[in-house]
Design a protein around this ligand. Structure first.
Ligand code: BEZ
Length: 252
């Protein structure tokens, strides 16, 4: 769930982003973990889904780039550690690699896919879901416009990678994966709270930290004003325009 050079707050994440785990449960059925299997969970975050995998009798290891997230996951008694998935160096150790809502934070997808491939046993499966082409477009466009207005190039700070189906399928196939399943779909996601506390302050720190503390409230207010007509209903409920890419690929 978390990425390089990003300061995550596990408490705020668990309070406001419970939809991440809720939707992640569907992905667990695609993973279909079995008793005794060795499974790696990339971007394990606070360990909610990692624990569910473990409860099936599988032996699971979680990796996440955020120390704060890993501290929380440790409290669930899980085998987890802080690290970057694109730099890991496992060799034919896992029956399956799982990842929910994380891979869009990794720009170097070639290294990531190499590392995942190498970590799997022959016929091992890679099951993942993350942001696909068009993901969070309303928020992303509003952020880009606000930065351009201030003379800052948003492309230099935008941390996200949202591929389309054809692009990701070729990356996997180039490495040698057999792509059993790949799907791109809209998944509008209702927030538990408002967009400022429930989304911008959790997921947009790369952007917000560029703005000085004195100007930040004004910057956020401007974003909320732009986004309200598109993302907020008449009862004050916010829905983010998520688009997901979901894959199942096997090592040949
Ligand atoms: C996502 O899960 O798609 C996502 C979350 C936060 C920022 C960008 C994308």
């Amino acid at each position: 769930m978390s990425s390089a050079s990003y300061k995550w707050d596990s408490k705020s994440y668990e309070k406001n982003a419970s939809f991440v785990f809720k939707y992640g449960e569907d992905l667990l059925s695609l993973l279909d973990p079995k008793q005794g299997e060795n499974i790696l969970d990339i971007g394990c975050g606070t360990g909610v889904l990692t624990k569910k995998i473990e409860q099936t009798g599988a032996k699971v290891i979680g990796i996440d780039s955020s120390e704060d997230m890993i501290e929380s996951a440790c409290k669930l008694g899980l085998k987890v550690y802080t690290g970057y998935a694109e730099h890991m160096n496992y060799n034919s150790e896992f029956d399956a690699v799982f990842s929910n809502a994380t891979l869009h934070w990794i720009k170097d997808q070639k290294s990531l896919i190499d590392a995942v491939y190498k970590s799997l046993k022959k016929s091992g499966r890679f099951v993942a879901e993350f942001g696909g082409k068009g993901n969070v477009n309303a928020v992303r466009s509003a952020l880009h416009e606000s930065f351009k207005k201030r003379g800052i190039d948003p492309l230099k700070i935008d941390p996200w990678y949202f591929p389309d189906k054809a692009e990701y399928k070729s990356l996997l196939e180039e490495k040698g994966f057999f792509v059993e399943f790949i799907e791109l779909f809209n998944r509008p996601t209702l927030l538990d709270g408002d967009i400022e506390e429930g989304w911008l302050n959790i997921f947009c720190k790369n952007f917000l930290n560029i703005i000085s503390e004195e100007e930040r409230d004004e910057f956020i207010k401007e974003l909320v004003t732009v986004l309200k007509p598109e993302l907020c209903d008449k009862n004050g409920k916010w829905t983010i325009d998520y688009v997901r890419i979901k894959i199942k690929a096997t090592k040949q």
